[in-house]
Design a protein around this ligand. Structure first.
Ligand code: FAD
Length: 279
């Protein structure tokens, strides 16, 4: 059976990164993903760039490309305009998020939580969009508790989300327990695990602290021991993440969503090991 893949990018900030991204999406298009997605900067900072990148990827690959849309700091009118622009461009799927404002910036928009955005999109556009939302098997860092976060996720589903993509994690049990809890609460939408390839330890550690993703001690210790030896970090990372993906797929995950960081090779190496790259 074909594995459902999706690949996430961020909008390029320079011509050089744009050229790199072009090579990346062409290389990953060979894997025939269900869609590519493009992130959306907090407070609308990449609004035009997100749409531009989505349209370019769709035009160049002929595959579906999906914009993320975050609501924190935005007014209803702004979101209404963006939705209209997406519709004019024939975009049928979005990833709906709250987003994070840069520290020091006040949130005085019309939305507090992603569930309010999902509700708004449904009220404005009915069933037009397929809506993906975020899920957190290890709980969102600002959540009052694991249970409260599960309830927050449930609110997004009740508001009309069609599917979810998880924050990345390296412990497959976190995903399977979360999935079981969701099913117990009557949440039936597909929940696709988000996969973060490991290529740079310092960067990963910093990012994981911020977004509340745990790097298990045994992985941390091994990565630390490689120091500046990027080749060993890369080889170990591919090995660990291949094992994780394999367990997730064997356990029934409905697909894999890769946080590519705009680079093809780490994701390709993992997909090659999983036999997902056509020869
Ligand atoms: P929410 O679901 O609103 O949850 C945020 C917090 O509020 C959680 O702690 C939740 O428990 C709590 N909460 C929710 N509802 C309630 C309530 N009614 N009462 C009390 N507490 C509540 N960020 C970007 O800026 N741009 C992107 O493109 C982007 N893409 C992402 C893609 C994926 C797949 C993922 C997993 C994350 C992405 N993010 C992106 C990061 C995301 O915006 C942050 O993780 C953000 O902190 C939370 O967004 P959310 O949509 O999960 O928020």
């Amino acid at each position: 059976m074909k594995t459902n893949l999706s690949f996430e990018f961020f909008p390029p900030r320079s011509a050089k990164i744009a050229a790199q991204l072009r090579d990346t999406y062409h290389a990953l298009a060979r894997l025939d993903p269900v869609y590519f997605s493009v992130t959306y900067g907090a407070g609308g900072s990449t609004r035009d760039k997100t749409l531009e990148t989505v349209l370019e990827i769709r035009r160049e690959t002929g595959l579906e490309a999906v914009p993320h849309l975050s609501c924190i700091g935005s007014s209803q009118e702004e979101i209404r305009r963006i939705l209209a622009q997406y519709r004019e461009n024939g975009i049928r799927r979005i990833v709906a998020l709250r987003g994070d404002l840069p520290s020091g910036m006040r949130a005085d928009g019309d939305f507090r939580y992603a569930s309010e955005l999902v509700k708004f999109v449904r009220a404005e556009t009915g069933d037009y969009f397929h809506i993906e939302v975020a899920a957190y098997p290890e709980a969102h860092p600002q959540a009052a508790s694991y249970k409260a976060d599960l309830r927050a996720f449930q609110r997004k589903v009740e508001a009309g989300a069609d599917g979810a993509i998880t924050q990345y994690f390296y412990n497959p049990d976190a995903y399977f327990y979360f999935l079981e809890d969701c099913r117990r609460e009557g949440i039936e939408i597909p929940i696709v695990p988000g996969i973060m390839p490991i290529t740079n330890y310092q960067q990963l550690a910093r990012f994981s602290d911020l977004c509340g993703a745990e790097i298990p001690r045994w992985i941390r210790k091994q990565l630390e021991s490689f120091g500046d030896d990027l080749e060993s970090i890369r080889a170990f990372g591919v090995d660990v993440v291949t094992g994780l993906c394999d367990k997730l797929l064997q356990g029934g995950a409905p697909g894999l969503h890769f946080y590519t960081l705009n680079r093809a090779e780490p994701t390709l190496a993992i997909c090659r090991n999983l036999d997902l790259v056509p020869r």
